[in-house]
Design a protein around this ligand. Structure first.
Ligand SMILES: [Zn+2]
Length: 227
């Protein structure tokens, strides 16, 4: 089983690759082929989410597959949501008394925010981590806000993409590092309860789902933990 420092080093390596990948896609692909760029960003997000699941020794199953499929499909669902925003939402919010020039940016920001809520919920399903949920939601809120205030210039789009993926990957890998430690120690990732030998997939103390493989029992008792 990989040790603590190996997990931490791998997490930093994956994070750097995620940021570089997002920057490269935003710089070299997205401006020339938006569709390919969005697909690449979705696949990139799936890759670092999968890496985080691997480091955390996340057990396979539907609650791991759904978030992976959702983020991988970013290049498919975002354009559909954007069309909905421009064609259906923008005319509708015209009655709010907003200036005409703001209708499309506001509709786009609302679409981004809705996508962010869905993505946060999906990643919560995959990690069981409230911190991951809130980090991704707040990040998306900032990106949506920036898209209204700066009218989506290429520079803000570039910065927003890097910031979002750096933040999301950072949050996922922070969770993965903690989950890997908890899995090694045989404790619940949420409440720290000893879960070695627990046969069902629920923590007996906090009732949270146990998403990561506990250590084999033959490994013996965990190291003494400070009370
Ligand atoms: Zn627990």
């Amino acid at each position: 089983m990989p040790g603590e420092s190996t997990v931490a080093r791998s997490a930093v390596g994956v994070w750097l690759l995620a940021v570089l990948g997002a920057a490269a896609t935003a710089h070299w692909v997205l401006p020339f082929d938006a569709q390919a760029g969005l697909f690449a960003l979705g696949l990139l997000c799936m890759a670092y989410t999968l890496a985080a699941f691997g480091l955390a020794r996340r057990t396979a199953g539907l609650t791991a597959l759904l978030p992976l499929a959702w983020v991988a499909g970013f290049g498919m669902w975002l354009p559909i949501a954007q069309d909905f925003g421009a064609e259906t939402l923008a005319p509708h919010i015209g009655s709010w008394g907003l200036p005409q020039s703001l209708l499309e940016p506001v509709a786009y920001a609302m679409v981004l925010l809705a996508g962010g809520v869905a993505t946060s919920a999906m990643l919560y399903l995959g990690t069981g981590s409230a911190a991951v949920f809130w980090h991704v939601l707040v990040l998306t809120g900032l990106v949506a806000g920036a898209s209204i205030s700066h009218q989506d210039t290429p520079t803000t789009t570039f910065a927003a993409i890097i910031a979002w993926h750096a933040g999301a990957a950072g949050s996922l890998l922070r969770w993965a590092t903690h989950a890997a430690w908890a899995s090694r120690e045989g404790v619940c990732t949420r409440c720290g309860e000893d879960i070695r030998g627990v046969s069902n997939s629920m923590c007996p103390s906090c009732k949270g789902a146990l998403l990561c493989s506990p250590p084999a029992r033959k490994m013996g008792p965990p190291k003494d933990r400070a009370a």
